[in-house]
Design a protein around this ligand. Structure first.
Ligand code: F6R
Length: 366
């Protein structure tokens, strides 16, 4: 049942090219200028009335939501707030008929997410559910549904569900942006064509796994490992850090790299491993100077960038490259090496990778 792999998690990591492809199938198609979404009935008239979007989720799904905020604001130009479901519910959020809520939940059964959805519905909001389980509670309660086609995810640590949630965020962003006319057909085509290359490019990333295995083998004994990035890279840094702590039990935090100097940089000492993500082109130079700041304080940095952006090599201890794609799509490719890093680190430590302590696959208590 593990298809020759040692754990479900590594099997599911390898299923990502297919999961990405399946989630796009019949929705985003080459030579078709329209996005086809069977279970989303929102019309352009209804969208005109929407003045804000809340994306609400927990854990890994929340991290996908952070990417969603960025791409929806960028493409559809509608203000988006992202909230942790257990916080959203108790902060008295402003919800009315002009609100669109997007809930993201692999299982579709997370108690906090479901409760936030019900609260929004009762106040007149329209709800789109992004879920991996057909007929799940969130799918039933929502007005519109976008299924992620990741297939069953068995490992407690979410991997393939996360990348399909990212694809769902791009699909929704593009859908809204076409519906309200904020992007042209030409702009749509450019993003569509690039999205269609992601299955192949994610396979190329998987083929680099030995490098990450080596890094894990020489760093698994560390007590703290930090992740830094700016913009979308920060969202991915949070996800990479969560993966590491939940399965390897190593203490880890993710920081917005520009925020380091406002306090957290005090933690950097000689030999501490830092994973630095530098995919975003507008932020690349800024990232390089942030990396220099921590290297000069003794950090051992593994830097991630697009192929061709080799400037980081001058500063970092090790560089890992991902295939070139659009900046907005980078999270899909960038998260894969971080999943592998977490996986190999946990294996080196002899942890129960598929069933980490204290965690359950679906959290149905509040
Ligand atoms: C982490 C992980 C959790 C879930 C969270 C939400 O790897 O799996 O953080 O993402 O519990 O679960 P769903 O998506 O089922 O609502």
């Amino acid at each position: 049942e593990k298809g020759g792999f040692e754990h479900f998690m590594i099997k599911e990591i390898h299923e990502q090219p297919k999961a990405i492809k399946d989630t796009m199938t019949s929705r985003i198609m080459a030579d078709c200028d329209e996005i086809k979404l069977d279970d989303i009935k929102l019309t352009s008239e209804q969208l005109k009335n929407i003045d804000r979007i809340y994306i609400v989720a927990c854990g890994t799904a929340y991290h996908a939501g952070m990417v969603g905020k960025y791409v929806i604001e960028k493409l559809a130009k509608i203000p988006v707030e992202v909230d942790i479901a257990s916080e959203f519910r108790y902060r008295d959020p402003i919800i009315n008929e002009k609100t669109l809520m997007i809930v993201v939940s692999q299982s579709g059964e997370t108690a906090d997410t479901l409760a936030a959805l019900k609260q929004a519905k009762s106040k007149g909001a329209r709800v789109i559910a992004v879920t991996n389980v057909v007929g799940s509670s969130v799918a039933r309660e929502a007005d519109d549904v976008l299924y992620t086609w990741a297939g069953p995810e068995i490992a407690v640590a979410s991997t393939k569900a996360y990348v399909t949630q990212l694809i769902a965020m791009y699909i929704i962003a593009l859908y809204l942006a076409r519906l309200n006319g904020n992007i042209s057909v030409e702009e749509y085509r450019q993003i569509r064509d690039e999205m269609l290359t992601l299955p192949e490019k994610s396979q190329e990333v998987l083929d680099q796994k030995e490098e990450l295995q080596k890094f894990a083998a020489s760093n698994y004994m560390h007590k703290d490992i930090y992740y830094i990035g700016r913009g979308l890279d920060f969202a991915v840094a949070l996800e990479g850090s969560l993966k590491l702590k939940e399965i390897s039990y190593i203490h880890s935090d993710a920081y917005a790299a520009g925020e380091l100097k406002h306090g957290s940089i005090a933690l950097i000492e000689k030999g501490v491993p830092v994973i630095a993500l530098a995919s975003q082109s507008e932020l690349y130079d800024k990232m390089v100077s942030n990396i220099k700041e921590i290297v000069s304080r003794g950090a051992k940095v593994i830097g991630f960038a697009f192929e061709g952006n080799s400037e980081i090599e001058k500063t970092v201890n090790q560089a890992v490259y991902i295939p070139k794609t659009l900046d907005i799509l980078a999270p899909v490719l960038l998260v894969i090496p971080l999943q592998l890093l977490a996986y190999y680190t946990a294996v080196e430590k002899g942890c129960d990778v598929d069933k980490p302590r204290n965690l359950a696959k679906s959290v149905t208590v509040e």
